[in-house]
Design a protein around this ligand. Structure first.
Ligand code: SIN
Length: 311
């Protein structure tokens, strides 16, 4: 099993191992980012989405673990753009993805101007999908707004850029967002962000379980696997081949990872399960995925990537 090829590529950058962290989990501090980069089964890292200025995020409690996943309304707590650009500009043995999230379209443009002016040459990912910033809608649900923003950005931004998307739930919406994204030289899409604005009710206390937004928050973990797979699959069927897909959402087992690849993911991120299990999750997932591949006689991810059968 040890000679299996679990690699993927984005914009010619080789990720020797397919696993990343989902932005938001174990990636806020440089210590956490180092932990990830030092783990042999992690192929690269995604930073916590950086805003222009440092943010404390929403009031606690803002993350709650459920039997089958999680609900959170973190509100983009992060150390600010300067902190993360300093980190990714250092020399690292594995690829880095600098995630950025403006609090407005103007912020997005300013962040990307700053990256363009810097000497960072790695991948950047524009988060168009955080559901937890109070009073701010998720940009990627506004197709015209996303198109206008990407037009403005690609007029000056000449470095590798991908976007983080929210989940879509209608085939027409997949068509609409793909038609927008296919106009631009994007390196990748990362799908899905959490399923926005779910609500968990604790019956014993007759209460919500997180404080921000009256208890509404983004859903993650196993309960969103089917939505994540649908988004990876539907976007892989619609996007230009040059736009790679990072599959994020619902990964708990090696079989879930296998399913993401079968739907067309190039790389796979782990969020809630990383939070629950810690870094050892990557060893377990690697073992489970490798066993499935060996049993099926597959040697590399490309043997089955995107080859989901229909009936
Ligand atoms: C958060 O910080 O609220 C989560 C990050 C995201 O949803 O993009």
């Amino acid at each position: 099993m040890s000679n299996l090829d679990l690699s993927g590529q984005i914009n010619g950058q080789q990720f020797e191992h397919l696993f990343l962290n989902a932005s938001g989990v174990h990636c806020q501090s440089t210590t956490e980012l180092d932990d990830l980069l030092n783990h042999p089964a992690v192929g690269g890292i995604v930073t916590k989405s950086a805003t222009l200025e440092k943010r404390d995020g929403n009031p606690a409690p803002r993350y709650y673990e459920l039997a089958d996943g999680s609900i959170n309304s973190m509100g983009l707590p992060n150390f600010g753009y300067d902190y993360y650009i300093d980190y990714v500009k250092q020399s690292h043995a594995k690829p880095t993805i600098l995630s950025v999230a403006g609090l407005s379209a103007a912020d997005d443009v300013q962040l990307l101007h700053q990256i363009q002016a810097s000497d960072y040459a790695g991948l950047t990912e524009l988060n168009l999908s955080c559901p937890n910033v109070i009073g701010k809608p998720q940009m990627a649900y506004d197709y015209a707004g996303t198109e206008a923003l990407l037009k403005e950005i690609f007029a000056f931004f000449k470095k590798p850029l991908g976007v983080k998307l929210p989940p879509y739930f209608d085939l027409v919406h997949f068509d609409q967002i793909a038609a927008v994204l296919n106009q631009f030289p994007l390196t990748h899409v990362n799908t899905i962000n959490s399923v926005g604005n779910g609500l968990w009710v604790d019956v014993a206390s007759e209460s919500v379980v997180i404080k921000p937004k009256g208890g509404f928050g983004g859903l993650g973990g196993r309960m969103v696997l089917l939505t994540a797979l649908a988004n990876v699959r539907a976007l892989r069927q619609r996007l230009n081949d040059s736009i790679k897909i990072i599959g994020t959402g619902g990964v708990k087992t090696g079989a879930d990872v296998f399913a993401h690849i079968l739907c067309g993911a190039e790389l796979v991120s782990v969020g809630t399960q990383l939070q629950v299990e810690g870094l050892s999750v990557y060893d377990r997932l690697t073992t489970e995925l490798s066993r499935i591949m060996a049993d099926k006689g597959y040697h590399s991810l490309s043997d089955f990537r995107g080859k989901l059968k229909t009936i």
